[in-house]
Design a protein around this ligand. Sequence first.
Ligand code: GLY
Length: 310
Amino acid sequence: MSAVLVVHGGAWAIPNDLAQASVEGVKAAACGGFAVLKAGGSALDAVEAAVMGLEDNGVFNAGHGAALNTDGEVELDSIIMDGRTLGCGAVSSVKNIAHPVSLARAVMEKTSHVMLTDRGANLFAESIGVATVPTEALVTELERTEWKKNKTYMAGVVEDFNAQWAHDTVGAVAVDRAGNVACATSTGGIRNKMVGRVGDSPVIGCGGYADNLSGAVSCTGHGESILKVTLARLILSHIEQGKSVAEASQLALQYMGDRVKGAGGAIVVSPSGQWSATFTTERMAWAAVEDGVLWYGLEPNERKKEQLSQ
Ligand code: GLY
């Protein structure tokens, strides 16, 4: 079977001045992740590589370019999951780590736990030789400016969340030639979030889930809403009941909107290589590679195509 990789750069009201860079960023990450699959790498290797690329890109809210908390600090969350074994690793509220997705993978592969948080996650990183980076190395000028503007944010006002919830999350899903699926998600969370706030991204079944029996999902959007409806598992449960990947995503996102007034997006891949990129926000930058073709979009229902050189 042919391999497929899909990435997103976050579902939110992406302003025009970030639109082009967001699209270029997801296209580059999708091609980078797909190169791993093409070279015979696993779906797990591919989603990690794609998300590392997005974490390095200051345009996106993950790794370098992450949103800042009320103290003006970066606190990062990430998850990675292997659909072959249901192996999963996650980190939350980590600081000074350039690639939280790789630390999440180390939690999966080198510990008997699923999630490490805050100081414990940083201590684990140190124990396995993961280098830390200075705080300012992860902070962009844009995020420092936004932090100053939003200092008055009162956490927890659901009706108000669109005002602060911006610049959201990156993720990748893939199926490799062996039919194994994987997902990865990484984020800086909500701008001016409370210190210690953890969103959906590192929570299994919410920010991501992967199971060879149904598919892999990476979610983006308002974390508190995604947590309440366990969005990734909800999408897969619709697939298990016979819906297509696109129908399942639409149904689950619609439910989240109706039930808790939350908006967001999801990318999905099935073990047979069906894929979708769906969102209920104004925009979501996404890209997918399959069969030598790069697909991408930003606006609702936009689906552009580029032939890749083989
Ligand atoms: N969706 C990312 C967050 O809310 O933290």
